[in-house]
Design a protein around this ligand. Structure first.
Ligand SMILES: [Zn+2]
Length: 429
Protein backbone atom coordinates (compact mmCIF):
# COMPACT_ATOMS: atom_id res chain seq x y z
CA UNK A 1 0.00 0.00 0.00
CA UNK A 2 2.82 2.35 0.88
CA UNK A 3 4.55 1.67 -2.45
CA UNK A 4 1.64 3.30 -4.30
CA UNK A 5 2.23 7.09 -4.14
CA UNK A 6 -1.39 8.17 -3.61
CA UNK A 7 -0.37 11.78 -2.98
CA UNK A 8 -3.60 13.74 -3.40
CA UNK A 9 -1.79 17.10 -3.46
CA UNK A 10 0.25 15.86 -6.45
CA UNK A 11 -2.70 14.44 -8.35
CA UNK A 12 -2.13 16.72 -11.34
CA UNK A 13 1.50 15.69 -11.69
CA UNK A 14 1.11 11.97 -10.94
CA UNK A 15 -2.33 11.36 -12.43
CA UNK A 16 -5.04 9.05 -11.02
CA UNK A 17 -3.07 5.85 -11.71
CA UNK A 18 -1.75 5.26 -8.14
CA UNK A 19 -5.28 5.65 -6.79
CA UNK A 20 -6.72 3.15 -9.28
CA UNK A 21 -3.85 0.77 -8.49
CA UNK A 22 -4.68 1.08 -4.79
CA UNK A 23 -8.30 0.09 -5.40
CA UNK A 24 -7.10 -2.92 -7.43
CA UNK A 25 -4.54 -3.83 -4.76
CA UNK A 26 -7.03 -3.99 -1.89
CA UNK A 27 -9.28 -6.17 -4.06
CA UNK A 28 -6.36 -8.60 -4.41
CA UNK A 29 -5.32 -8.44 -0.75
CA UNK A 30 -8.83 -8.78 0.68
CA UNK A 31 -10.74 -11.17 -1.61
CA UNK A 32 -13.43 -12.06 0.93
CA UNK A 33 -14.18 -8.39 1.57
CA UNK A 34 -14.71 -7.93 -2.14
CA UNK A 35 -16.77 -11.10 -2.43
CA UNK A 36 -19.14 -10.45 0.49
CA UNK A 37 -19.35 -6.68 0.68
CA UNK A 38 -20.97 -4.48 -1.97
CA UNK A 39 -18.58 -1.81 -3.26
CA UNK A 40 -19.85 1.50 -4.56
CA UNK A 41 -17.62 4.18 -6.02
CA UNK A 42 -18.86 7.57 -4.96
CA UNK A 43 -17.16 10.38 -6.86
CA UNK A 44 -13.78 9.52 -8.37
CA UNK A 45 -12.04 8.77 -5.07
CA UNK A 46 -14.70 7.60 -2.65
CA UNK A 47 -15.03 3.88 -1.85
CA UNK A 48 -18.06 2.70 0.10
CA UNK A 49 -18.32 -0.96 1.11
CA UNK A 50 -21.54 -2.26 2.62
CA UNK A 51 -21.54 -5.38 4.77
CA UNK A 52 -25.11 -6.52 5.34
CA UNK A 53 -25.85 -7.30 8.97
CA UNK A 54 -28.08 -10.02 10.45
CA UNK A 55 -30.87 -7.50 10.96
CA UNK A 56 -31.67 -4.83 8.39
CA UNK A 57 -31.36 -1.42 10.00
CA UNK A 58 -31.00 2.24 9.08
CA UNK A 59 -28.46 2.67 11.85
CA UNK A 60 -25.24 1.08 10.67
CA UNK A 61 -21.68 1.36 11.88
CA UNK A 62 -19.37 3.37 9.60
CA UNK A 63 -15.63 2.68 9.80
CA UNK A 64 -13.67 5.39 8.02
CA UNK A 65 -10.13 5.88 6.74
CA UNK A 66 -8.43 7.60 3.84
CA UNK A 67 -5.97 6.16 1.35
CA UNK A 68 -4.37 9.36 0.11
CA UNK A 69 -1.19 10.69 1.73
CA UNK A 70 0.62 14.01 2.04
CA UNK A 71 3.67 14.79 -0.14
CA UNK A 72 7.23 14.09 0.90
CA UNK A 73 9.58 17.06 1.10
CA UNK A 74 12.46 16.19 -1.25
CA UNK A 75 15.00 17.81 1.08
CA UNK A 76 13.97 15.55 4.01
CA UNK A 77 16.36 12.80 4.96
CA UNK A 78 14.42 9.54 5.37
CA UNK A 79 16.14 6.45 6.78
CA UNK A 80 14.41 4.39 4.06
CA UNK A 81 12.81 5.80 0.90
CA UNK A 82 9.29 7.01 1.81
CA UNK A 83 7.54 4.97 -0.89
CA UNK A 84 9.56 1.77 -0.52
CA UNK A 85 7.44 0.29 2.26
CA UNK A 86 10.49 -1.14 4.04
CA UNK A 87 9.83 -3.66 6.82
CA UNK A 88 12.69 -3.58 9.33
CA UNK A 89 13.02 -4.92 12.89
CA UNK A 90 9.28 -5.24 13.37
CA UNK A 91 8.40 -1.85 11.92
CA UNK A 92 6.86 -0.73 8.64
CA UNK A 93 8.38 2.48 7.30
CA UNK A 94 6.90 4.86 4.77
CA UNK A 95 4.55 7.70 4.00
CA UNK A 96 1.06 6.73 5.10
CA UNK A 97 2.14 4.07 7.62
CA UNK A 98 0.18 5.91 10.32
CA UNK A 99 -1.79 8.44 8.28
CA UNK A 100 -3.84 6.68 7.20
CA UNK A 101 -2.97 3.44 5.39
CA UNK A 102 -2.10 1.58 8.61
CA UNK A 103 -5.52 2.36 10.13
CA UNK A 104 -7.18 1.47 6.80
CA UNK A 105 -5.34 -1.85 6.61
CA UNK A 106 -6.35 -2.93 10.12
CA UNK A 107 -10.03 -2.36 9.30
CA UNK A 108 -9.77 -4.54 6.17
CA UNK A 109 -7.71 -7.18 8.00
CA UNK A 110 -10.37 -7.47 10.72
CA UNK A 111 -13.26 -7.72 8.26
CA UNK A 112 -11.40 -10.26 6.09
CA UNK A 113 -10.59 -12.41 9.14
CA UNK A 114 -14.15 -12.26 10.45
CA UNK A 115 -15.48 -13.25 7.04
CA UNK A 116 -13.16 -16.22 6.83
CA UNK A 117 -14.51 -17.33 10.21
CA UNK A 118 -18.06 -17.14 8.81
CA UNK A 119 -19.05 -14.13 10.91
CA UNK A 120 -21.92 -11.76 10.08
CA UNK A 121 -22.24 -8.49 12.02
CA UNK A 122 -25.44 -7.89 13.99
CA UNK A 123 -26.15 -4.68 12.05
CA UNK A 124 -24.97 -3.21 8.75
CA UNK A 125 -21.35 -2.12 8.62
CA UNK A 126 -20.05 0.37 6.07
CA UNK A 127 -16.39 0.92 5.25
CA UNK A 128 -15.90 4.45 3.95
CA UNK A 129 -12.53 5.19 2.36
CA UNK A 130 -11.72 8.57 0.86
CA UNK A 131 -8.89 9.38 -1.54
CA UNK A 132 -8.63 13.14 -0.95
CA UNK A 133 -8.80 13.79 2.77
CA UNK A 134 -5.49 15.62 2.81
CA UNK A 135 -6.65 18.09 0.16
CA UNK A 136 -10.06 18.66 1.80
CA UNK A 137 -11.58 16.85 -1.15
CA UNK A 138 -15.19 15.88 -1.50
CA UNK A 139 -15.06 12.06 -1.45
CA UNK A 140 -16.05 11.61 2.21
CA UNK A 141 -18.47 14.51 2.01
CA UNK A 142 -20.25 12.84 -0.92
CA UNK A 143 -20.33 9.50 0.87
CA UNK A 144 -21.91 11.15 3.91
CA UNK A 145 -24.41 12.99 1.69
CA UNK A 146 -25.27 9.76 -0.15
CA UNK A 147 -26.05 7.88 3.06
CA UNK A 148 -28.06 10.80 4.35
CA UNK A 149 -30.14 10.94 1.16
CA UNK A 150 -30.90 7.25 1.66
CA UNK A 151 -32.24 7.97 5.13
CA UNK A 152 -29.33 6.26 6.85
CA UNK A 153 -28.20 7.78 10.15
CA UNK A 154 -25.15 5.89 11.44
CA UNK A 155 -25.35 4.52 14.96
CA UNK A 156 -21.59 4.88 15.22
CA UNK A 157 -18.94 6.53 13.03
CA UNK A 158 -15.28 5.85 13.71
CA UNK A 159 -12.50 7.72 11.88
CA UNK A 160 -8.85 8.69 12.36
CA UNK A 161 -7.85 11.22 15.02
CA UNK A 162 -6.72 9.95 18.41
CA UNK A 163 -4.50 6.93 19.01
CA UNK A 164 -2.93 4.88 21.79
CA UNK A 165 -0.50 7.32 23.37
CA UNK A 166 1.89 7.12 26.26
CA UNK A 167 1.49 9.57 29.18
CA UNK A 168 -0.65 12.16 27.35
CA UNK A 169 -0.45 14.68 30.23
CA UNK A 170 2.43 15.37 32.64
CA UNK A 171 0.66 13.63 35.56
CA UNK A 172 -1.20 10.98 33.59
CA UNK A 173 0.88 7.84 33.61
CA UNK A 174 0.58 4.82 31.35
CA UNK A 175 -1.08 4.28 28.00
CA UNK A 176 -4.32 5.96 27.04
CA UNK A 177 -6.61 5.45 24.07
CA UNK A 178 -7.41 9.05 23.18
CA UNK A 179 -10.78 9.24 21.44
CA UNK A 180 -11.70 12.52 19.73
CA UNK A 181 -15.35 13.39 20.41
CA UNK A 182 -15.46 16.64 18.44
CA UNK A 183 -13.49 18.99 16.18
CA UNK A 184 -13.01 22.69 16.43
CA UNK A 185 -14.20 24.84 13.54
CA UNK A 186 -11.87 26.72 11.21
CA UNK A 187 -12.28 30.33 10.15
CA UNK A 188 -10.03 32.45 7.95
CA UNK A 189 -10.67 36.19 8.04
CA UNK A 190 -9.17 39.02 6.08
CA UNK A 191 -8.85 42.45 7.65
CA UNK A 192 -8.46 45.34 5.20
CA UNK A 193 -7.90 49.03 5.88
CA UNK A 194 -7.54 51.91 3.46
CA UNK A 195 -5.67 55.12 4.09
CA UNK A 196 -4.38 58.13 2.25
CA UNK A 197 -1.24 57.25 0.36
CA UNK A 198 1.51 59.72 -0.09
CA UNK A 199 5.04 60.39 0.97
CA UNK A 200 6.21 58.82 4.21
CA UNK A 201 7.97 62.03 5.33
CA UNK A 202 4.78 63.66 6.64
CA UNK A 203 2.50 60.81 7.79
CA UNK A 204 -1.02 61.31 9.17
CA UNK A 205 -1.80 60.21 12.73
CA UNK A 206 -3.42 56.95 11.59
CA UNK A 207 -2.24 55.01 8.55
CA UNK A 208 -3.71 51.90 6.94
CA UNK A 209 -0.89 49.84 8.44
CA UNK A 210 -1.48 51.40 11.85
CA UNK A 211 -5.18 50.51 11.74
CA UNK A 212 -4.44 46.88 10.89
CA UNK A 213 -1.78 46.67 13.60
CA UNK A 214 -4.18 48.14 16.16
CA UNK A 215 -6.95 45.74 15.10
CA UNK A 216 -4.66 42.71 15.54
CA UNK A 217 -3.48 44.03 18.88
CA UNK A 218 -7.06 44.33 20.12
CA UNK A 219 -7.65 40.63 19.47
CA UNK A 220 -6.01 39.33 22.62
CA UNK A 221 -6.37 35.73 23.77
CA UNK A 222 -9.11 36.99 26.05
CA UNK A 223 -11.27 38.03 23.11
CA UNK A 224 -12.99 34.68 23.40
CA UNK A 225 -14.71 33.14 26.37
CA UNK A 226 -13.09 30.05 27.88
CA UNK A 227 -15.41 27.11 28.44
CA UNK A 228 -14.47 23.52 29.29
CA UNK A 229 -16.10 20.95 26.98
CA UNK A 230 -17.69 18.08 29.00
CA UNK A 231 -15.27 15.64 27.32
CA UNK A 232 -12.29 17.47 28.79
CA UNK A 233 -13.72 17.25 32.32
CA UNK A 234 -14.29 13.55 31.76
CA UNK A 235 -10.73 13.22 30.46
CA UNK A 236 -9.30 14.83 33.59
CA UNK A 237 -11.44 12.59 35.80
CA UNK A 238 -10.17 9.46 34.07
CA UNK A 239 -6.57 10.64 34.39
CA UNK A 240 -7.19 11.38 38.08
CA UNK A 241 -8.18 7.74 38.63
CA UNK A 242 -4.71 6.68 37.61
CA UNK A 243 -2.66 9.39 39.28
CA UNK A 244 -1.50 9.42 42.91
CA UNK A 245 -0.98 12.01 45.64
CA UNK A 246 -1.08 15.72 44.86
CA UNK A 247 -1.46 15.34 41.06
CA UNK A 248 -4.49 13.14 41.68
CA UNK A 249 -6.07 15.76 43.90
CA UNK A 250 -5.36 18.46 41.34
CA UNK A 251 -6.81 16.48 38.43
CA UNK A 252 -9.89 15.51 40.47
CA UNK A 253 -10.48 19.14 41.43
CA UNK A 254 -10.19 20.26 37.82
CA UNK A 255 -12.48 17.43 36.66
CA UNK A 256 -15.28 18.57 38.98
CA UNK A 257 -14.84 22.32 38.43
CA UNK A 258 -15.08 23.11 34.69
CA UNK A 259 -14.87 26.87 35.34
CA UNK A 260 -11.57 26.36 37.14
CA UNK A 261 -10.22 24.18 34.31
CA UNK A 262 -11.20 26.87 31.81
CA UNK A 263 -9.28 29.48 33.79
CA UNK A 264 -6.25 27.31 34.52
CA UNK A 265 -5.92 26.09 30.92
CA UNK A 266 -6.31 29.64 29.57
CA UNK A 267 -3.47 30.83 31.78
CA UNK A 268 -1.26 27.93 30.65
CA UNK A 269 -1.66 29.05 27.02
CA UNK A 270 -0.63 26.87 24.06
CA UNK A 271 -2.41 23.56 23.65
CA UNK A 272 -4.25 23.57 26.99
CA UNK A 273 -5.71 27.00 26.18
CA UNK A 274 -6.68 25.84 22.70
CA UNK A 275 -8.73 23.03 24.28
CA UNK A 276 -11.02 25.45 26.11
CA UNK A 277 -11.48 28.40 23.80
CA UNK A 278 -11.44 29.85 20.32
CA UNK A 279 -7.94 30.82 19.25
CA UNK A 280 -6.90 33.54 16.85
CA UNK A 281 -3.55 33.91 15.07
CA UNK A 282 -2.49 36.57 12.58
CA UNK A 283 -0.75 34.64 9.82
CA UNK A 284 -0.15 36.90 6.80
CA UNK A 285 0.22 40.66 6.67
CA UNK A 286 0.48 42.90 3.61
CA UNK A 287 0.81 46.58 2.84
CA UNK A 288 3.16 48.91 1.10
CA UNK A 289 5.35 48.72 -1.98
CA UNK A 290 8.26 51.04 -1.19
CA UNK A 291 10.27 52.05 1.85
CA UNK A 292 9.30 55.73 1.64
CA UNK A 293 5.66 55.50 0.46
CA UNK A 294 2.59 55.33 2.71
CA UNK A 295 0.52 52.32 1.65
CA UNK A 296 -3.01 53.21 0.62
CA UNK A 297 -4.13 49.77 1.70
CA UNK A 298 -3.01 47.24 4.28
CA UNK A 299 -4.38 43.82 5.13
CA UNK A 300 -3.92 40.90 7.48
CA UNK A 301 -5.10 37.33 7.40
CA UNK A 302 -6.35 35.77 10.62
CA UNK A 303 -6.64 32.06 11.27
CA UNK A 304 -9.17 31.17 13.96
CA UNK A 305 -10.09 27.80 15.46
CA UNK A 306 -13.61 27.96 16.81
CA UNK A 307 -14.36 26.24 20.10
CA UNK A 308 -17.11 23.63 20.32
CA UNK A 309 -20.44 25.21 21.17
CA UNK A 310 -19.69 28.43 19.28
CA UNK A 311 -20.49 29.43 15.68
CA UNK A 312 -18.82 31.08 12.70
CA UNK A 313 -21.33 33.96 12.72
CA UNK A 314 -20.92 34.59 16.44
CA UNK A 315 -17.13 34.52 16.12
CA UNK A 316 -17.13 37.04 13.25
CA UNK A 317 -19.45 39.32 15.27
CA UNK A 318 -17.15 39.15 18.26
CA UNK A 319 -14.05 39.92 16.16
CA UNK A 320 -15.80 42.99 14.65
CA UNK A 321 -16.91 44.21 18.05
CA UNK A 322 -13.44 43.77 19.53
CA UNK A 323 -11.69 45.56 16.66
CA UNK A 324 -14.23 48.39 17.05
CA UNK A 325 -13.04 50.22 13.95
CA UNK A 326 -15.56 50.79 11.14
CA UNK A 327 -12.68 51.54 8.77
CA UNK A 328 -11.29 48.03 9.13
CA UNK A 329 -13.24 45.75 6.85
CA UNK A 330 -13.62 42.15 8.07
CA UNK A 331 -14.34 39.53 5.39
CA UNK A 332 -14.74 35.78 5.69
CA UNK A 333 -12.34 33.97 3.36
CA UNK A 334 -13.16 30.42 4.43
CA UNK A 335 -15.13 28.87 7.25
CA UNK A 336 -16.29 25.59 8.79
CA UNK A 337 -18.46 25.25 11.88
CA UNK A 338 -17.15 23.27 14.88
CA UNK A 339 -18.78 19.86 15.19
CA UNK A 340 -21.14 18.90 17.99
CA UNK A 341 -19.62 16.93 20.86
CA UNK A 342 -20.32 13.20 20.93
CA UNK A 343 -21.40 11.74 24.26
CA UNK A 344 -19.16 9.58 26.43
CA UNK A 345 -21.90 8.00 28.57
CA UNK A 346 -23.56 6.04 25.75
CA UNK A 347 -23.40 2.49 24.37
CA UNK A 348 -21.13 3.59 21.50
CA UNK A 349 -18.38 4.93 23.76
CA UNK A 350 -18.74 1.85 25.98
CA UNK A 351 -18.26 -0.36 22.91
CA UNK A 352 -15.09 1.49 21.92
CA UNK A 353 -13.84 1.14 25.51
CA UNK A 354 -14.47 -2.62 25.44
CA UNK A 355 -12.68 -3.02 22.11
CA UNK A 356 -9.70 -1.10 23.51
CA UNK A 357 -9.67 -3.44 26.54
CA UNK A 358 -9.58 -6.43 24.21
CA UNK A 359 -6.67 -5.08 22.17
CA UNK A 360 -4.71 -2.85 24.56
CA UNK A 361 -5.62 -4.16 28.05
CA UNK A 362 -3.21 -1.74 29.74
CA UNK A 363 -4.76 1.39 28.19
CA UNK A 364 -7.66 3.40 29.53
CA UNK A 365 -10.07 4.98 27.07
CA UNK A 366 -10.20 8.75 27.39
CA UNK A 367 -12.14 11.37 25.40
CA UNK A 368 -10.66 14.62 24.09
CA UNK A 369 -11.37 17.38 21.62
CA UNK A 370 -9.48 17.66 18.32
CA UNK A 371 -8.01 20.83 16.87
CA UNK A 372 -7.47 19.34 13.41
CA UNK A 373 -10.16 18.43 10.91
CA UNK A 374 -11.01 14.88 9.82
CA UNK A 375 -13.35 13.50 7.16
CA UNK A 376 -15.78 12.40 9.87
CA UNK A 377 -16.97 15.98 10.34
CA UNK A 378 -19.24 15.47 7.32
CA UNK A 379 -21.07 12.77 9.27
CA UNK A 380 -21.17 14.74 12.49
CA UNK A 381 -23.72 17.18 11.05
CA UNK A 382 -26.44 14.54 11.13
CA UNK A 383 -25.04 11.65 13.14
CA UNK A 384 -24.66 12.15 16.90
CA UNK A 385 -22.11 9.43 17.72
CA UNK A 386 -18.92 10.23 15.81
CA UNK A 387 -15.55 9.29 17.31
CA UNK A 388 -12.02 9.83 16.09
CA UNK A 389 -9.63 7.08 17.04
CA UNK A 390 -7.22 4.82 15.17
CA UNK A 391 -6.28 1.74 17.23
CA UNK A 392 -2.53 2.11 16.69
CA UNK A 393 0.14 2.96 19.18
CA UNK A 394 1.82 6.29 18.51
CA UNK A 395 4.71 7.61 20.55
CA UNK A 396 5.48 11.33 20.50
CA UNK A 397 8.24 10.79 17.93
CA UNK A 398 5.89 8.72 15.80
CA UNK A 399 3.20 11.40 15.97
CA UNK A 400 5.77 13.95 14.81
CA UNK A 401 6.51 11.69 11.83
CA UNK A 402 2.96 12.11 10.54
CA UNK A 403 3.24 14.62 7.69
CA UNK A 404 6.99 14.55 8.57
CA UNK A 405 10.03 12.30 8.26
CA UNK A 406 10.37 8.54 8.89
CA UNK A 407 6.66 7.83 9.32
CA UNK A 408 6.43 4.30 10.68
CA UNK A 409 4.19 1.83 12.47
CA UNK A 410 5.04 -1.17 14.61
CA UNK A 411 3.78 -4.48 13.25
CA UNK A 412 2.73 -5.52 16.76
CA UNK A 413 0.51 -2.46 16.88
CA UNK A 414 -1.08 -3.32 13.52
CA UNK A 415 -1.93 -6.74 14.97
CA UNK A 416 -3.55 -5.14 17.99
CA UNK A 417 -5.38 -2.68 15.73
CA UNK A 418 -6.87 -5.62 13.84
CA UNK A 419 -7.92 -7.12 17.17
CA UNK A 420 -9.58 -3.83 18.14
CA UNK A 421 -11.83 -3.80 15.07
CA UNK A 422 -12.56 -7.50 15.37
CA UNK A 423 -13.59 -7.02 19.00
CA UNK A 424 -15.69 -3.99 18.10
CA UNK A 425 -17.57 -5.80 15.33
CA UNK A 426 -18.05 -8.98 17.37
CA UNK A 427 -19.49 -7.09 20.34
CA UNK A 428 -21.80 -5.01 18.19
CA UNK A 429 -25.48 -5.33 19.11
ZN1 LIG B 1 -5.15 11.52 8.00
Amino acid sequence: MIQLPTVSAELDARGPQPFEAFVTLIAELYPLVHEHLALERITEFGLLFRWAGVAASDQPVVLMAHYDVVPVDKSDDWTYPPFEGRVEDGWVYGRGALDDKGPLAVILEAVENLLSAGFTPSRDVYLSFGGNEETYGAAAQSIAATLRERGIVPWLVLDEGGAIVDAPLPFALGDAAMVGVGEKGVLTLQLTARGDGGHASAPPRTTAVGRIARAIDRLSPRTFRARTPPAISRMLGLFADRARGAPQLLLRTLATAPWLTARAFSIMGGEPAALVRTTVAATMQQGGTAANVLPSQASATLNLRIALGETVAGTVRRVRRRIADPLVEVTVVESGEPTPESATDNAQFALITEAVKASYPEASTVPYVMMAATDSRHFHRFSPAVYRFAPLKMSNTQRASIHGVDERVEIGSLERGERFHRALLQRLQ
